[in-house]
Structure formats: C-alpha cells, structure tokens
Design a binder for this molecule. Structure first.
Ligand code: GDP
Ligand code: MG
Length: 447
C-alpha cells in the first residue's frame, strides 16, 4: 500500500489562507489526531475546528478540514485538505505536525503523479495540470483546460482503437487464411491506415500553433541604437520599464516582459542596439541581443523613419521580420508616402502601437486571431506529444509501404504495433520511470 504524503499546496508567502494537503491511507487518522477529534470526519464536508500539536496539545490555528474519501478525490486516495491562516509560520508548523504524525513530505508533482498512477487521469491530463497553473493568457488557459478535461486523451484513445481494429482484421487474416490476402482487402487496409495516419499528421502539424498558444510568441525588438526600441517596449507595456535616452547605447542588457494581445502571450525582448562598440558591457549586450534573435519567433525591426535604412536586414535566422517605422511624429508625410510594408509608429505619441501586436499575431499564426477561436480546433502543445505522434506517423508510413507491396499480414502488424506503442507513450499507457520522472520533477511541491 502507498504511504501518506503531505505538502503545502499554496504558494510561499503571506496571504489570507494557506492549504496543506495530505493524501494516502493515513490522511484521515492524521486529521483526527491533530484536531483531537474522536469520530472520523464526514467526507466531502468542510468542518471548522482547531489544529493542535498532539504531543503538547498546543493550539496552532483555527482551520477548516475537508476530507475526501477514495476514490472521489484528486489523487483517487483518501485526501485531507486543511485550510489555515496564510502566514509563513502557521502553514509550515501544520505541515510539520502532519509529518510528525505519520505523513511524509511529498515530492514535486507527487499528488498529480498519484492521480495518474491510480488511473484517474492519463499522462496528457497530468501535464495539463502543470500547464493550467502556468498559463498567463486566455488562450494558454483554454488549451490547457481542454487537455485537462481529456480532449487529447479521447482523441488518442480513438486513434488507438482504430489501430487495434485494423490489427485485429489483419490478425484474423493470419489465423484463418492460408491463401493470399485478396486485393480488395489490401485496399481496405490501405484506406484505414491512411486515415489514421492523416489524423496523426494533423495533430503533429497543430504543434506549430499549439506551442504558441502554450508558450507565447518570443518577439525580439531589434535595430540600430536610438531607433526607439526601448520606447516601443515601454509603449507596448504601458509603463516605463526600460530606460530611454537620446544617448545611443543606453540599453545594454536584454529585458524581457510579456503582454497579452487578443489572448495570446507576446514575450517582448528589448535588446541592445546593433552596432560595433568599444564598450565591453555594451558588446556583451549586443552578443546577448544576437542570441535572442536566434531564438526569437519573430523580429520587430525598429527603424527611425527619418533615417535611410535597408528595411529588412535581419532575415538570416529564418524568423520573420516586421519592420516598424518609428518616430512618424517627426515626419508625418514620409509615413504616408512610404512604399515600405510595415507598421508605422510614434512611441512618444503612442500611435500605431496596438497594430504591432496585430501584426505579430497575424505573421506568426498566419491569420487574424482572437482568443476564443483556439477553442474550436484541437492542438497539441508539447514537444513530447509531437515526438510520439511523429514516430507513430513513421511507423504507419512503413506499414503502408508493406501494404502497397502486398506483403503478408504479419509484416504490417509489426509496424502498426509500433505505432500503438508510440501512442501509448503519449497517454502514459506504456511508459517508463524516466519519462514519468522527467514530467513530474518539473512540477512544484504540493501539486
Ligand atoms: N520624436 C520621437 N522620439 C522618439 C520616438 N521613439 C523614441 N524617441 C526618442 O529617441 C531616443 C532613443 O529612444 P530609445 O527608446 O532609447 O531608443 P533605443 O536605443 O532604440 O532603445 C529617445 O530620446 C526617445 O525619446 C518617437 O516615436 N518619436
Ligand atoms: Mg534601448
């Protein structure tokens, strides 16, 4: 039988309330002992009581105890939640008292891991727990919520079922047919596998957007010193975040801040202006800027419209570029006449600023986006899922080659089983301790 784990589920720091969570067979005993309650708590009901240290009978806090009886709990085990006043001392002291009375400190993500191991959720749902907590925008929240509610799981379960049906069909062939499989049968199998493959491919392709929905768009603000990069950042953030001055080379380090535009997170990185510099610190900043440019999903190339500049000099790394012609307040006529494609802004007068966000989203997602749209189409948001699906696609391709060459059933079945195996890794049906550790060690304690 599993042991009993405990952790503080709320963030460190002072707040109105803190919650200590206990999961495992001893949970309700511990709750009873530490509140000197003679009868066990009625499950799924909140009870006001006093939490004590049973060794000394010293009262620690007034608390609300909620017991959840297995399997109707987050972990599918007996769970107790203790809500206490949210101070540094109280939550730690209550946690320590539960540990002194038979619980063990939970590892990061251990509650969610138990929910998975007990079969209450699959691995994609477990990952979504972490994503939904981390989400910062409407879209990342929506995608995580869908995954948490089992949309991806159900889709993969369906694909696996289709695969199993196809395998059964072929295995029936193995058992009963001494003769060759006939032509029409090969066509049928071909059709079935092609359809499964195309469903998997659609999911693989959805990662391009899914990644953006989950992680946001990394947009590097680049360009010559004094073009107005830091002013653009401040205008987008609506605060004076970065230092702005008429002295070229003011920004030396990179500054990253996020905004939410139409429900999508845009991670803006202000960089040191690109030029050759004798100043060692400025040079370090410039090499940081070059690194950011390599990782960026998009480059916002700020150009002082009053200077002659090549409009798109930053295309080597493959990331698309949006030219931003700034300081149009100083040259209103040039902006109108300009033959250049891009966004025209005045960072000082705050014109054209919202258009930057529109342009970023349109360029990266390839269309006009508004937050609610993403809920219609299903996307995958994790590289792990993409890899598993991609390897399923590859196995299905091999199977199709065997079908086209009219090979015996067993050859086809081998590849279909590989595909099944890859999909099983995705949902956690066939998984290794390594994969699990990798996923759950990134969680925080108490999750
Ligand atoms: N008139 C005008 N001045 C601007 C505008 N944007 C920035 N500036 C000024 O240009 C100078 C350089 O701006 P800064 O944001 O530090 O440029 P950076 O070196 O590219 O980060 C500062 O004096 C700003 O006040 C603008 O749209 N119009
Ligand atoms: Mg600057």
């Amino acid at each position: 039988m599993e042991d009993t784990i405990a952790a503080i589920a709320t963030p460190a720091g002072v707040g109105g309330l803190a919650v200590i969570r206990i999961s495992g067979p001893k949970s309700s005993d511990i709750a009873q002992i530490c509140t000197s309650q003679s009868a066990s708590y009625e499950p799924h009901k909140a009870t006001f009581t006093h939490f004590l240290d049973p060794r000394t009978n010293e009262q620690i806090d007034e608390v609300i105890i909620t017991c959840f009886q297995a399997p109707k709990s987050f972990t599918a085990e007996d769970v107790v939640e203790i809500s206490c006043h949210g101070g540094h001392y109280i939550a730690k002291r209550i946690l320590q008292t539960t540990l002194d009375n038979g619980a063990r400190l939970a590892e990061p993500g251990e509650f969610t891991k138990r929910a998975f191991l007990n079969g209450r959720i699959d691995l994609t749902q477990a990952e979504a727990v972490s994503d939904i907590i981390a989400s910062q925008t409407e879209t990342s929240h929506q995608t995580a919520l869908q995954q948490l509610q089992g949309q991806l799981k159900e889709k993969v379960v369906q694909i696996r079922q289709d695969l199993i049906d196809t395998v059964s069909l072929l295995e029936l062939e193995l058992d009963f047919s001494e003769e060759e499989i006939d032509k029409t049968h090969y066509n049928e199998i071909n059709e079935a596998i092609s359809e499964i493959k195309s469903t998997c491919e659609q999911l693989v392709d959805s990662y391009k957007n899914g990644k953006i929905y989950r992680n946001g768009i990394l947009a590097a603000i680049v360009g010559k010193p004094n073009a107005g990069k830091s002013s653009i950042l401040n205008a987008l953030l609506q605060e004076e975040r970065a230092l702005v001055s008429e002295v070229p080379g003011t920004t030396r380090d990179t500054i990253e801040e996020s905004i939410s535009h139409n429900g999508i997170e845009i991670r803006l990185v202000d960089t040191a202006g690109l030029r050759t510099s004798d100043d060692t610190i400025e040079s370090m900043g410039i090499s940081r800027a070059e690194n950011v440019m390599k990782q960026a999903d998009i480059l916002l190339h700020v150009i002082d419209i009053n200077e002659e500049t090549d409009p798109e000099p930053f295309q080597e790394n493959g990331a698309p570029v949006i030219p931003i012609y700034n300081k149009i307040d100083l040259a209103p006529d040039r902006a109108k006449e300009s033959q250049y494609q891009g966004v025209f802004t005045s960072a000082t007068e705050l014109t054209g600023i919202a258009e930057i966000g529109d342009a970023v989203i349109e360029k990266v997602l390839g269309r006009h986006h508004n937050g609610a749209e993403s809920s219609d189409t299903m996307v995958i948001t994790s590289e792990r899922h993409r890899k598993a699906l991609q390897s399923a696609v590859e196995s299905l391709e091999k199977a199709l080659v065997s079908v086209e060459n009219e090979m015996p059933s067993e050859f086809i079945v081998v590849d279909l089983r590989d595909a099944l195996n890859s999909l099983g890794k995705l949902t956690g049906e066939t998984t290794t301790d390594d994969i699990l550790n990798n996923i759950f060690e990134k969680f925080c304690i108490g999750k």
